[in-house]
Design a protein around this ligand. Structure first.
Ligand SMILES: *[C@@H]1O[C@H](CO)[C@@H](O)[C@H](O)[C@H]1NC(C)=O
Length: 386
């Protein structure tokens, strides 16, 4: 079933080739007894006989630290066989290195697995079942896979069924069970078929099923649809999920007895491409232009309007100087107002016009502020009223 093509021994490492299709479960059991022959027997007495040594395995894709994304490895215990399993999603070639370490004498053996994945049509109708009373290592042996498949074929009313995926419930967010007998991790099994879901499976799609499963925790598989021959392979009815990549075929016309063909798989069209230029302009170009304009403006102010800045600073100096002289003069006047009859202070003398040289009118006002400011010669105040 798995498509074993050839096995050859190259020196110390065996090389095994597989050709497998995309979208179907691949399982490879790492049998301890196959590796056992690569190791020294415990006693010479046992030469020619296999001895049961504990072994661990390390698997990786050649020249990579890990396995390909689709392939997983599991081994419960060094006295159990290991499994490589998974569902390839695209065609291609992988070379897998398997290193077995004998835990008795720490010898290692290397095997090579060459896996060639070839394209295959996706099965249009797929269903996933949850098997509560199982662990992944317990369902991966091909005999158990066969038993599970048989039960599901009866539930599907079809022989044309393929196992698409098997996964550990722990990998899907399941909880680690109590370490007690009767507690299991649980396993998801996905199968696919060209044939549409049976009436039994179609019940999963009904609103009553969803309502019932939402309210009750233990919902039995409806009578007439329960086909599990081995109790530990029984499915959890409420965790069944159907996926169809093809529209539901019309119900068969009564009398013909043959389902109509649903047509070829028509992949969804990719969404129309969007024009991202306006978004790009709004989010990138416009802020960039604004930033550049602001930069230029700042540069202009800093380099070309420098004289303006200097003029401002020198005006500030003149203003401060005026302010200082006003304060000084006021103080002088205050001091003198205490002792009248002394010669009038310099600052109260009549002003002269700086342009004509004429003396100004004698000071009439008590307030010294206006003439005192005007008395200063200010080269920048040509525009000010005199
Ligand atoms: C198989 O199941 C695993 C675990 O849920 C998931 O990661 C993987 O994508 C599945 N593969 C396919 C082909 O559906």
């Amino acid at each position: 079933d798995s498509g074993l093509c050839a096995a050859s021994l190259l020196g110390a490492s065996a090389e095994i080739k597989f050709t497998i299709p995309v979208g179907r479960l691949f399982t490879y059991e790492l049998l301890r007894e196959t590796f056992q022959s690569d190791f020294e027997p415990l006693y010479k007495l046992y030469a020619g006989r296999l001895y049961d040594d504990p072994m661990t395995f390390k698997c990786n894709q050649q020249n990579f630290p890990d396995l390909p994304e689709w392939l997983r490895f599991t081994q419960r215990h060094p006295y159990d066989n290991g499994f490589l399993y998974g569902t390839p999603t695209s065609p291609g070639k992988s070379t897998i290195e398997i290193y077995a370490t004998n835990k008795r004498n720490y010898e290692t053996a290397r095997h090579i697995l060459m896996i060639q994945v070839v394209a295959e049509k996706t099965l249009p109708y797929q269903a996933e079942f949850f098997i509560e009373l199982r662990e992944i290592e317990m369902v991966l042996p091909s005999s158990v896979q066969g038993e599970i498949k048989q039960d599901l074929q009866k539930l599907w009313y079809s022989e044309a069924l393929e196992i698409v995926n098997i996964s550990n419930a722990l990998d899907r967010g399941g909880r680690v069970p109590l370490p007690l007998a009767g507690h299991f991790e649980g396993v998801y099994v996905k199968v696919g078929s060209e044939q549409y879901f049976s009436p039994c499976l179609q019940m999963v799609l009904t609103p009553e099923h969803q309502r019932l499963c939402a309210s009750e925790t233990k919902v039995k598989v409806p009578g007439g649809c329960s086909f599990c021959s081995i109790p530990s392979n029984c499915i959890t009815w409420c965790k069944t999920e159907l996926v169809s990549s093809r529209p539901t075929p019309p119900p068969p016309t009564v009398g013909s007895g043959i389902l109509e063909d649903g047509g070829d798989f028509d992949p969804l069209e990719s969404p129309p491409s969007r024009d991202l230029l306006p978004d790009y302009i709004v989010t990138v170009i416009v802020p960039l232009i604004v930033a550049v304009v602001l930069c230029l403006l700042l540069a202009y102010i800093m380099f070309f309007r420098r004289e303006g800045v200097y003029a401002f600073i020198s005006n500030l100096y003149i203003f401060l100087y005026h302010h200082h002289t006003i304060l000084g003069n006021t103080d002088e006047l205050r001091q003198m107002s205490g002792s009248r009859g002394v010669a009038p202070p310099l600052s109260t003398l009549p002003m002269f016009n700086s342009r004509t040289g004429d003396g100004g009118p004698p000071l009439q006002s008590d307030s010294p502020s206006i003439p005192l400011i005007m008395a200063q010669h200010d080269p920048y105040s040509d525009t000010l009223p005199r």
